[in-house]
Design a protein around this ligand. Structure first.
Ligand SMILES: Nc1ncnc2c1ncn2[C@@H]1O[C@H](COP(=O)(O)OP(=O)(O)OP(=O)(O)O)[C@@H](O)[C@H]1O
Length: 634
């Protein structure tokens, strides 16, 4: 049979697995008209998979044999569905361990995303190559070790995103990775990979990180566009990016090992002394600073330094400063050692109200929902404290329940809540500070380096991430009136690597009913303006605005209350589509990527479909994210 060579399994597997592989292929070929679920249903497959894992308490409450994992009303937790088919397993940070049995997952024909990040899995890499249709695989932050066979990925041609970082993989980077046609993201950082880097030349590859391994030799020419960061922490790598001439490397090594001359010793001595003096001086100044903060802030309320570094004190409408409020909260409420701050995520470290009170603070802004402050704590952790003005007067238990639902979410494009504070008259949400700031700022505010870096691949990556986060929220909060409710570019934060993080989501149940119209951007959708109706489709409208904003580079008039100023991006795009002149709308700063104009125009059409005025005729989030996912770099 001519097709047989195509179905050769990767070499490095046991004879038993060879047999299993061929049995699977037999089923696929001969029963291709029969759903695979005839042999094993999706619920059975998932239960079997779960049985191979340990510490599955995160799944136990909903994963039950005999029920439909994709049931609209009782969907299994951490299962992502496309209609009635399992499309993704989002099992990150679930406390899981054990030996992953991949076999049952073969019975999930729609499986495209497998996320097992930040668990406690160990041992050699499981046989993921049986899952040939996977598009994304995330196993970062585990204890996997050993070599990955070089042809491991050769039958996984659909893979786009591979995150294997923060494990203990060793040996060479598998060559088959370099042949993945659609690869977009490759993260292998913080492992023990050694040997040379294969030549990655895929145009689709926009995000790569190989830092902190033991890689050796010259960085391939084809990878010069990635700069130096992805290669740092590999002592034996050389190349232009790292400022290490490969030819001179050997010489340099010899030179470095040669005994130092007397003069060099003297210079080194001077440098070290200078360094020591600087460190001592800084430490002294820091001590003074914290002493001052400790005394003044505890007694007089929060003193903040704004970006122009003027010291000021921030007061709410009632004249109360955040610090003052925190101080009273810490003193008056039932609470743990952390005061009355409830920590919901300890990955970034533990802290309490006293730490926040001692932190150096800076005002970030005063949005419609409340004010946001950056607080840099003594332990170095920077957080954002959001003081919510218009929160429902719900009792503590109801508030706790809502916030805990939010805090359980784990997705790479969702900003993680770290802690919260509840008092009748004060509600604070604490999340990690994201240094690059918001998309709004980078697109319209800053004309510096960060703005220049918003090239087409980066913008597409941001849209992909936003769509993925929104799709996730719509699946997790499917029963909510509006799962995000407040999607706009100031609520999209960007990490150092321009990975978008959605913030201020799922607030709809928390906000005073009388205030939602003023507070939530979903209320700017046409259906809300015309008849005060919002629905999950209002989120789709907001996503459409983001797409149009990113592609045109224009500030949408929709963000303004009176819509005076800015550009009516919706109207503009509709008339351009009618006149067949879509490409004219593309932001000049990305339009130079002429090879990609077709992709940009395609995306513009998705933006238009998301902003159709009648919600009945508007596509839903699943369809929007599917169409966005389809658009990749060429
Ligand atoms: N975790 C964070 N890291 C970095 N910057 C943040 C963070 N959270 C908020 N910001 C930035 O702080 C500023 C103020 O945020 P805030 O959420 O108060 O206002 P907003 O997003 O403009 O309006 P809204 O209250 O409607 O959400 C914004 O520019 C926002 O992008």
């Amino acid at each position: 049979m001519a097709a047989v060579p195509l179905f050769l399994p990767p070499l490095a597997i046991s004879p038993k697995k060879h047999l299993l592989f061929y049995i699977s292929i037999f089923f696929l070929i001969f029963l291709s008209n029969t759903p695979f679920s005839f042999s094993i249903s999706e619920d059975e497959a998932l239960i079997k998979f779960k049985e191979s894992l340990k510490n599955t308490t995160a799944l136990d409450s909903t994963w039950h044999k005999g029920s439909n994992p994709c049931d609209k009303n009782k969907k299994w937790t951490r299962v992502q569905c496309e209609g009635n088919t399992v499309e993704g397993l989002l099992l990150g940070e679930a406390g899981l361990s054990g030996e992953i049995d991949v076999d049952p997952l073969i019975a999930l024909p729609g499986l495209r995303v497998l996320e097992l990040a930040n668990n406690s899995f160990s041992g050699t890499i499981p046989e993921f190559f049986f899952l040939g249709a996977l598009k994304s695989i995330y196993i970062d932050g585990n204890q996997f070790s050993g070599e990955i066979p070089k042809d491991f990925f050769s039958k996984m041609g659909s893979l786009k995103k591979i995150w294997f970082s923060r494990n203990k993989f060793s040996g060479p980077i598998p060559e088959s990775l370099a042949n993945l046609k659609y690869l977009m993201e490759l993260h292998l950082e913080s492992n023990e990979f050694s040997g040379p880097i294969p030549s990655f030349s895929q145009a689709s590859l926009t995000s790569i990180d190989l830092s902190n391994n033991k890689l050796q030799g010259e960085i391939p020419q084809s990878m010069s566009k990635f700069g130096s960061d992805p290669f740092k922490g590999n002592n034996e790598l050389c190349g232009k990016q790292l400022g290490k001439d490969c030819n001179k490397e050997k010489e340099n090594n010899t030179f470095q090992r040669a005994p130092m001359s007397k003069m060099k010793w003297i210079i080194l001595g001077l440098v070290v002394s200078l360094l020591l003096i600087t460190i001592l001086f800084k430490a002294k100044r820091k001590e003074d600073h914290f002493d001052k903060l400790g005394k003044e802030n505890l007694d007089e309320g929060l003193h903040v330094s704004s970006s122009n570094r003027k010291s000021t004190s921030i007061h709410s409408k009632g004249g109360d400063s955040v610090h003052e409020s925190l101080r009273r909260g810490a003193g008056s409420q039932r609470g743990k050692a952390t005061g009355d701050l409830v920590l919901v995520n300890e990955e970034k470290g533990t802290f309490g109200l006293p730490d926040l009170m001692k932190a150096a603070a800076e005002v970030l802004g005063n949005g419609v929902l409340g004010s946001a402050y950056k607080a840099k704590m003594v332990n170095g952790l920077s957080v954002v404290v959001k003081r919510l003005r218009e929160m429902n007067k719900m009792n503590r238990d109801v508030f706790d329940t809502e916030i805990r639902k939010i805090s359980k979410l784990r997705h790479r494009n969702i900003l993680q809540l770290l802690a919260y504070h509840y008092r009748k008259e004060e509600k604070l949400l604490v999340s990690e500070y994201v240094p690059k700031g918001s998309l709004l700022y980078l697109l319209h505010g800053d004309r510096g380096i960060s703005h220049a870096e918003l090239n087409w691949p980066t913008r597409l990556r941001i849209i992909h991430g936003v769509a993925s986060g929104m799709n996730f929220l719509h699946s997790e909060f499917a029963s909510y009136v509006v799962p995000h409710g407040n999607l706009k570019s100031s609520n999209i934060l960007l990490t150092e690597k321009y990975e978008p993080l959605l913030s201020d989501y799922a607030f709809y149940p928390l906000i005073n009913n009388t205030q939602t119209v003023q507070c939530l951007f979903a209320y700017k959708s046409p259906e809300a303006i015309q008849n005060q109706q919002i629905s999950p489709k209002s989120d789709v409208y907001c996503l459409g605005i983001i797409i149009l904003e990113i592609l045109t580079g224009k500030f949408p008039s929709q963000y303004l209350n009176n819509q005076k100023g800015g550009t009516d991006v919706v109207q503009w795009v509709q008339s351009a589509i009618a006149d067949n002149r879509e490409s004219e709308l593309i932001d000049q700063e990305i339009a130079n990527a002429t090879d990609s104009i077709e992709q940009m125009v395609k995306l513009l059409h998705v933006g238009a479909a998301c902003t159709v005025s009648d919600p009945e005729k508007r596509i839903d989030m699943k369809e929007a994210s599917r169409r966005i996912e389809e658009i990749s770099l060429i």
